[in-house]
Design a protein around this ligand. Structure first.
Ligand SMILES: [Zn+2]
Length: 126
């Protein structure tokens, strides 16, 4: 993945975040984290269905890296929140991605970032 300017601006936002704010975003499921990443432009916030011209709504969806998906209330078509963003195609759970971004922004070594987030180094090489 190649970082975009949106990712860089989000990373700068995480450098002013302390570990307590970080913890508040990643505990109790992904809802607060998803909202944070939507506000940062890293996940889709609004999407209109091209078939029925209705706005997609966000619904819980287990089995996805984000834990939510966008669903059209008319035709029930689903779209991932990562669609068309830097995170499209990502296979890493969103909280782990955010943890890596947080530690990277704080210039933590890869060794320690991997230990703190329990992410396999294989993810970091792809
Ligand atoms: Zn629709």
């Amino acid at each position: 993945m190649t970082p975009s300017s949106t990712v860089y601006s989000s990373v700068f936002a995480t450098t002013t975040m302390d570990i307590y704010e970080f913890g508040a975003l990643v505990r109790d499921g992904n809802e607060a984290l998803v909202k944070y990443l939507q506000d940062a432009g890293l996940l889709k916030k609004e999407l209109w269905c091209t078939d029925c011209s209705r706005q997609y709504t966000m619904v819980k969806c287990t089995g996805t890296v984000v834990g939510y998906t966008l669903r059209c209330p008319g035709c029930r078509k689903k779209r991932q929140l990562q669609t068309g963003t830097f995170l499209e195609g990502m296979h890493l759970p969103i909280a782990k991605f955010f943890g890596l971004m947080y530690f990277w922004a704080h210039e933590t070594s890869v060794k320690h970032a991997v230990e703190f987030t329990t992410v396999s180094p294989v993810f970091l090489m792809n």
